[in-house]
Design a protein around this ligand. Structure first.
Ligand code: CMC
Length: 429
């Protein structure tokens, strides 16, 4: 890492600020000493120009549409690898050897069951509870069931907690789904691979044999790889911020799930599919594009635009191909896909979207595929959370081991009243 300097003068006080350079991507101005030497803070709501940490996990070039996990292009990982290999890469920094992969798969598989008392925990929820509400609660509750792996100063406990979460997320997600449709929980089956096991826990019933469709499993596994990490986004930053206080990893991941739920983040795939349903037919598309462009109308095209990508989201390109493959192989004719294709075409040719660099993001296509696989819209963000858990854990572990790590504590620009004296209630008004 090379270091040069930049300087800034605030209220007549000059301070030299080091400029740090990463392996690729923009340099950062280290402003850590700014307040101490000038008494001023920086102001950057939404962190649009602020790097919050050093990280060696994921790299995004939003202008070029590049996404790398530990240096490997997302396209190669999605086409050639599997999700647990990506999880290993996230956690350990390198792709596993065959022996390491077999050992990792074995260790994850042996942690897939949840404490049997979790079943009773579920009974407390209403059947119509949103599965994300259940996930926030159940993942947080893991710390009540597995307190033997909550000591964050113990490397071994950190690893066990990490494996437990990667392993148990599919089980909890499937339980949340089964509970919502009134079917019995299906226990994990350890001779199946990670994603096939998840599909079985979601769609099998105890009264008949269940064969996992390999096309479904491969498509879903790809979706998991595409969602595994995405640098310092809102939910990952939430996990890091929660973890910076020393909170246990289960609680931190629960915080990440809560943040992911929002429609501007992980909830967008659910919102995108609902929007396609609302549009209904390709001839309605122009009307909705006009609504999205109207400054007086709050409507936005869900599944379009991204804070970082000002080019085609590379994940959306892979997802678009996967969607077509799944629908073709399963011989499904989906009207929503027709609406999506038409919408993408019109929006990509429209001056408003071109000028603002608004391209389809991953959520635009993932919803259609998940629907074809048989998942209700309420489960879409849950599947995102399941996949993103690997990224959250890797980012959390990186933070814990970072010698520069401190409790996160942003400052503010105060715009409330200046100091004033309390007036007794009888003397007010
Ligand atoms: N439809 C219509 N106009 C849009 C859209 C959209 N989807 N997205 C942004 N714009 C316009 C926005 O009105 C603004 O216009 P102006 O400059 O005239 O005020 C301009 O583009 C910039 O928008 P912004 O909100 O300042 O951009 P942002 O970087 O803060 O927001 C975003 C990024 C993803 C929240 C936003 O594009 C959006 O709300 N998209 C729809 C929701 C969505 O698909 N979210 C999934 C994100 S990808 C998954 C993930 O990472 O979680």
């Amino acid at each position: 890492m090379s270091v040069s300097a930049s300087s800034i003068t605030v209220d007549g006080k000059n301070v030299e600020l080091p400029v740090k350079t990463g392996t690729i991507g923009p340099s950062v101005v280290d402003i850590g000493k700014l307040y101490g030497q000038t008494g001023a803070f920086t102001f950057d709501p939404g962190f649009t120009s602020t790097a919050s940490c050093e990280s060696a996990i994921t790299y995004i070039d939003g202008d070029e549409g590049v996404l790398l996990y530990r240096g490997y292009p997302i396209e190669q990982l999605a086409e050639q690898g599997d999700f647990l290999e990506t999880a290993y890469l996230m956690l350990f920094g390198e792709l596993p050897t065959p022996a390491q992969k077999a050992d990792f798969d074995y260790r994850v598989t042996r942690h897939t069951m949840v404490h049997d008392q979790m079943n009773r925990f579920f009974q407390g929820f209403r059947r119509d509870a949103h599965p994300m509400a259940i996930m926030v609660a159940c993942v947080g509750a893991l710390s009540a069931f597995y307190h033997d792996s909550t000591d964050i100063s113990d490397e071994n406990q950190r690893m066990i907690a990490s494996l437990r979460m990667i392993a148990k997320m599919p089980t909890l997600a499937a339980m949340a789904y089964k509970y919502s449709i009134g079917q019995p929980f299906v226990y994990p089956k350890n001779d199946l691979d990670y994603t096939s096991n998840f599909l079985r826990m979601c769609f099998a019933v105890p009264c008949e044999e269940f064969q996992v469709n390999p096309t479904y499993a491969r498509a879903l596994d790809k979706i998991f790889i595409l969602h595994a990490d995405h640098e310092q986004n809102a939910s990952t930053s939430t996990v890091r911020l929660a973890g910076s206080s020393g909170a246990n990893p289960f609680a931190c991941i629960a915080a990440g799930i809560a943040c992911l739920w929002g429609p501007a983040h992980g909830g967008a795939n659910e919102a995108a599919l609902k929007m396609l349903m609302e549009i209904g037919t390709p001839d309605n598309v122009a009307k909705y594009v006009a609504k999205a462009k109207d400054k007086n109308d709050p409507f936005r095209l869900m599944g379009f635009g991204h804070r970082v990508y000002k080019n085609y989201d590379p994940r959306a390109r892979i997802m678009q191909k996967t969607t077509h493959e799944v629908l073709k192989e399963l011989n499904i004719k989906d009207d929503l896909l027709e609406v999506a294709i038409q919408l993408e075409k019109i929006a990509l040719e429209d001056e408003y979207f071109i000028e603002k660099k608004l391209y389809p993001n991953i959520d635009f296509y993932s919803g259609i595929t998940l629907k074809a696989l048989g998942f209700p819209t309420s489960m879409f963000t849950v599947l995102f959370a399941l996949a993103r858990t690997t990224g959250w854990i890797a980012q959390w572990a990186e933070m814990i081991q970072d010698p520069a790590q401190k409790i996160g504590r942003p400052r503010q620009l105060y715009v409330g009243p200046a100091q004033r004296d309390y007036v007794n209630i009888g003397q007010r008004g």
